[in-house]
Design a protein around this ligand. Sequence first.
Ligand code: HEM
Length: 125
Amino acid sequence: MEEYNVYSVIGEEGFERLVAAFYRQIPGDDVLAPMYAGRDLAAAEQRLRDFLVVRFGGPPRYLDQRGHPRLRMRHMPFAIDQKARDRWLSLMSAAFEEAKLPPGAESTLRAFFESTASFLINKAE
Ligand code: HEM
């Protein structure tokens, strides 16, 4: 599936379900929870959702509120090593199982998450 078509297939509701299922796991995760200490999880959930919505063909709320994503720069405050990357992806994998999106949309999103998560590694183990 072309990236710009994902939003037209799964809509706001699909992104909402996926990202909610992902963030629900954060507080209980020994690797990722400490990175979110003192942060507003509901706001973080909304930022990820809005980013994905515009990235995959939906309305530009993220750009209106946050400007250019500059994801590598915005992740610099967090020490992201291979282990953190792998954990992020495994939580997202569990979120996919829960959200049950159409297979074409899921595989397009999974490919994007894998490459972006690798690109965000900023610390050697
Ligand atoms: C590789 C492992 C990753 C870790 C450990 C990580 C961790 C974090 C943390 C701690 C935040 C701050 C939460 C907040 O917004 O307050 C954040 C923000 C964010 N992350 Fe990640 N992240 C990872 C991968 C990704 C990936 C793969 C994506 C994109 C698909 C992504 C997209 C975002 C976005 C859009 C924000 C909000 C940026 C902003 O507008 O400030 N992250 N991430």
